[in-house]
Write a protein that binds this ligand. Structure first.
Ligand code: ADP
Ligand code: MG
Length: 569
């Protein structure tokens, strides 16, 4: 037997890294701006703890396009690198200086916001550039160096005359990536990935108007000046303490997040936890509107203020996907497959935490101002009802705030409802019968009959309502739901004495025959007894279970929510 070591040469692996590390070429800019941000935050940290004896000042990061020479420059004023550090951090592929820094300054730097951790981000530059240069001067008193590499494993490293502290990355853009030399393209990428990064990012300049001083003569024209065009907000709302934010601040942040959405959110939930995982964020309940924009605006996932994705599947519980806002966590693994995410213990905990925060918020809104909560009910019910069906942890809490509105806009919790109907809405088995309508107009005569009898009629009109009813019946043994036009209702309503019809027996028989000619007998029952409480001369009902069968299969059947069979009716 022979054993040995497989030889992986850099020549083989380098093109692989270039091609397959990231599927999206555009993320090169995110990676390089992240490195520039890390370099700046590291300097901040070292000056804070007194290890770097330099003036931190107000560093910015600048992105410049040089169309003529087909170059992009990314310039920072961070810690920079010495020649030795370039050797170590750049020439050793997959050695993360960010990780090393965090390890070294473990306790003091844990909240520093440093982003990198794979030691591969820098090489994403080669996805769009055929030659990459680094000109860098360390904050330590050492000469600047100039590193050049054309994507082969060979590089050059020579002294450079740069005197100011920091790093400039120069990308010589490859022919197949020339789109990245367009202003609009870079602006689009910066807005997408770097909009809330913690160090100001300059991209070009803009003209600012200086307001005319008060009391100035009429003909004084306002002056203008060129100022740095800073594309990001380094201190987004979610990084602040809830106690430092007003309602208006939350709304403003919503507008900042979704500039094309003109509808204010209903309320927000500020997420903030640091054990057993780290997570901040703000979720918003949107006003449901027909506006298509609202569906385009999704929850955004950030890592230390760097945009990662707006696909939060697996991280945010499914029923909350309709919400808006931001989740920021360094503890969510990046650049890994979704199936891996689902198996990750932290991720499951994050999802449970979000569910709990949302139910806590709903409960407190309900307790603090029930009237207002009732007003919002129509806009939030779909999310909540779906949550009850899909998330057992949410279902457990739902009794505290989920409402059941009646056709005349009274709102009951489930326990209030049971209490209200207990005196008169019971069937012959002693079960409580919850009457409901799904369409106020179409079922108005049935609703009137029931109301005249003093019964409560709920208005349950969400598309998933039959699933919800099924679940409520399964979990509340003494409860049975019956739509107002179902045959079940006559067990309550029609078995009463003294029902007088205005029609003669002969007329009734004739009418019945002609109705049954158009209404299939096996699905419906036609009753000719008029009801004293209404002017309806007859009533057509359908067995509750038959209609539900149809509805459930129309909305995906019991399988969708993994629910059991129909109870015997
Ligand atoms: P990571 O960010 O995950 O550590 P990268 O491949 O993105 O890995 O970068 C490798 C290392 O190179 C960084 O950790 C850092 O030490 C160094 N580096 C990259 N860009 C800069 C920069 N702009 N200023 C200073 N150091 C940098
Ligand atoms: Mg990096």
């Amino acid at each position: 037997m022979t054993t040995g070591k497989i030889n992986v040469s850099v020549e083989n692996i380098f093109p692989l890294i270039k091609k397959f590390l990231y599927s999206d070429h555009e993320i090169f800019l995110r990676e390089l701006v992240s490195n520039a941000t890390d370099a700046t935050l590291k300097l901040k940290h070292l000056t804070n703890i007194g290890e770097a004896k330099v003036e931190y000042g107000n560093p910015i990061i600048e992105i410049k396009i040089d169309k003529e020479n087909k170059r992009i420059h990314i310039i920072d004023q961070g810690i920079g690198m010495t020649a030795d550090e370039v050797e170590k951090y750049i020439n050793q592929v997959a050695f993360s200086g960010a990780e090393e820094f965090l390890e070294k300054y473990k306790d003091s730097a844990k909240d520093s916001g440093i982003i990198g951790h794979f030691g591969l981000g820098f090489y994403s530059a080669f996805m769009v550039a055929n030659k990459v240069e680094i000109i860098t001067k360390s904050f330590k008193d050492e000469p600047a160096v100039h590193w050049t590499c054309d994507g082969s494993p060979e590089f050059t490293l020579v002294p450079h005359s740069k005197t100011e502290r920091g790093t400039e990355i120069i990308l010589n853009i490859a022919e197949d990536s020339l789109e990245f030399l367009e202003d609009y393209k870079i602006r689009e990428l910066l807005t997408k990935y770097n909009k809330f990064m913690p160090v100001p990012i300059k991209f070009g300049t803009r003209t600012e108007t200086i307001p005319v001083p008060e009391g100035a003569a009429e003909d004084v024209k306002p002056e203008t000046k060129e100022v740095d065009n800073i594309i990001n907000n380094p201190n987004p709302a979610w990084t602040k303490q809830p106690s430092d934010l007003t309602d208006e601040d939350y709304k403003n942040f919503y507008r900042e997040l979704y500039p094309m959405n003109f509808e204010d959110p209903l309320f927000n939930i500020h997420l903030n936890v640091d054990y057993p995982f780290n997570l901040t964020g703000i979720l918003y309940f949107p006003k449901l509107s027909s506006d298509l924009q609202i569906q385009k605006d999704k929850i955004q996932l950030y890592q230390n203020q760097v945009f990662v994705t707006d696909n939060v599947e697996g991280i945010v519980p499914e029923f909350l996907m309709m919400l808006k806002g931001v989740v920021d966590s360094p503890d969510i693994p990046l650049n890994v497959s979704r199936s891996y995410l689902q198996a990750d213990g932290n991720v499951k905990k994050i999802s449970n935490y979000i569910t709990r925060k949302v139910s806590d918020k709903l409960k407190s809104l309900f307790n603090e101002n029930r009237e207002d909560f009732e007003k919002k009910w129509n806009d939030i019910k779909i999310v909540l009802e779906y949550g009850m069906l899909s998330e057992p942890k949410f279902y457990e809490k739902a009794g505290d705030f989920v409402l059941y509105p009646t056709t005349d806009e009274k709102y009951f919790t489930l326990s209030e409802l049971k209490e209200a109907i207990a005196p008169i809405q019971t069937d012959k088995n002693g079960k409580l019968v919850v009457l409901y309508a799904s369409n106020k107009d179409a079922q108005h005569s049935y609703i009137d009959i029931a109301k005249a009898k003093g019964y409560q009629v709920l208005l349950l009109d969400s598309p998933i309502v039959s699933h919800l009813i099924q679940k409520l019946e399964a979990d509340n043994e003494n409860l049975v739901f019956s739509r107002v036009d179902a045959d079940h209702i006559d067990k309550l309503i029609q078995k009463e004495e003294n029902q007088i019809s205005k029609l003669s027996d002969e007329e009734k028989e004739k009418l019945k025959v002609s109705i049954e000619a158009v209404v299939p007998k096996e699905n419906y029952t036609v009753q000719m007894e008029a009801l004293d409480s209404t002017s309806a001369p007859f009533i057509i009902t359908q067995p509750e279970f038959m209609r539900r069968m149809k509805e459930m299969s129309a909305t995906g059947g019991g399988g969708m929510f993994g629910m059991g069979n129909f109870p015997d009716m």
